[in-house]
Design a protein around this ligand. Sequence first.
Ligand code: 2NL
Length: 383
Amino acid sequence: MPWPGAAGTLFLMTDERTPVERTLAELGATSPEAIAARFAEVRARFDAETARLAPCDLAAWTAVRNAWLGRASGVITAIGDNWLKPATPEQKRVVGKSLNGLKAHVERTLEELRARAEAAGDAGPAAAGGSDLSLPGVRRALGTRHPIRQTREELERIFRSIGFSVVEGPEIETPYYNFEALNIPEHHPARDTMDTFYLSLPKGSPELLLRTHTSPMQIHTMERQQPPVRIVVPGRVYRRDNPDSTHSFAFHQIEGLAVDTDITFCEFKGTVEYFVREFLGPKTRTRLRPSYFPFTEPSAEVDASCFACDGRGCRICKHAGWIELFGAGMVDPAVYGFVNYDAKRLSGFAFGIGVERMAMMRYGISDIQLFYQNDVRFLRQFE
Ligand code: 2NL
């Protein structure tokens, strides 16, 4: 059965052509009013499409321009081909005039939109919903170096200024480098005060421990190079201490070592005095007190005249006038034996400075734990 009313009608369901792809005759628009109405429809459609354009979506703008002004298949070309060319001479005047009007409207509108897109681009991506790079940024507070780091760098600077190099090494060591090569044999009482954290490893593995001082790196250095040696070794060290206001199971040291053919106690004393004056000020006096370390002979505790009372006696120096700074001494010849240095020809000195202790003196801090709590109210004081 034929489709009711299908034959010969202009409204075949299968005809998917748009109005501008058909002739005005096919559309039934032959009177000037009907033609004007068709043009009005097309113009309304164009206005609707351009109204949807985002202010600086250039890709969408280009698509609209091509759809309307494209030479081969744009709407304006289609109207020229399908509405104007087949029109009767009387219709042509009306169609031509309307087409010119429409084309001018399309061109003008698209040009305006392009100008708007450019202006939006100049105003920054914010106009398109992005971020505006011309706005002031979000300022993030700059961090500061931790007071221990600052003190360590100051200590490094002082020793660099007199020819020492800075060397760093691992925090995990073998008992040989941490103890034996430093003249601390297995059952030496000095191991008790420095006994430390051993790594739990599978049975049969060689023993490893957390270094109790940075001296192992000095042994490594002497194994690798012949004198002259002038190094300082900063870094974190570990000891089995219970925490209190002056103890921590992890703290920092800067150890020094100088070995050469003609280093005497004078070089040792001169270096120590230079360091103390650089760190605590030129008026500071230095005193060496006899002491004992397995790896130095003779050994000394280095004291400085109290920075708070200049030696007159106060609460800080417990009325002694002197404050203990660090331990030091002439390298024990036994140590040279472990690194194949010629003990008859060579001599040197060494020292071990606690970085926390120096920082506490420098800043008047009485509790070492403050360094490890990362309380910004404490840390901000060192900006
Ligand atoms: C302290 C002070 C010290 C050393 C460390 C050292 C290193 C080598 C040879 C000889 Cl390779 N000495 N270091 C010397 C004297 C003191 O540290 O209070 N230590 C427990």
